[in-house]
Design a protein around this ligand. Sequence first.
Ligand SMILES: [Fe+2]
Length: 245
Amino acid sequence: MVDFEYGPMANSTWSVFNDHEHEKGCVRRVMKAKFSEFDSTQFSFHRDPVLVLEDFWSPQEQRMFQEAMERSAWTSLADLPAVSRAFPNCGNWEKAEIGRKEAGMLLHRLELPCIAEYIESFPVIKHRHINFNFYSYGVGDCLSTHDDTDEAYVSSQGPRPPLRRLALATYVHSAWQPDWGGELMLYDLKKQDEAQTLDVVDCIAPVPGTLAIFAVPRFHRVCRVDALAGEHKRLSIAGWFMTEH
Ligand SMILES: [Fe+2]
């Protein structure tokens, strides 16, 4: 696991969440763009809590990550007791530690003003953390609905873990067909009286080279990979930007 601290983020500015934009109905839920055409300086996770960037990685970069994954030591869900308990009946997907070189490449590509601006908008940060891993989902694997606040699978003993602020997943397999499943579903939590419902905000197909990043908490799940995927694996890098207070 790459879980280390980093200093205040470059290009950081303080930003106050603007409720008035909500009231005016200006809040878009999902921003989608090609990475080459995306202007990070004009984007804010306070305004658009979900960002999808297409062609975030070139095919050559995807192959580089695949080769790193081939060299990795994988742990299956069945061998992660706390996660297995929190996510029963989710198949037996695998997780591996991201290498230093690949983590460096990822962080370099993620040096976007919109990420720094959002992280630095939280007051009184003691430390900043990141945690990214490789994941491999095959036929039958999925991840049931959760909001990334991690209460379900973090020990209640010991110090509070850092707060997850931005969650991301990026897809590095070479091919994926719409029939193969594995979509990332994102929801809005609607509360009315005592009842809570989840409305679908977006369904993000794991198109090779795509990056999805969203503000936490947000309910989401990974759809089960269909038998039609055959031997194909849904290969992703996923994790969080976190703050400690
Ligand atoms: Fe998650």
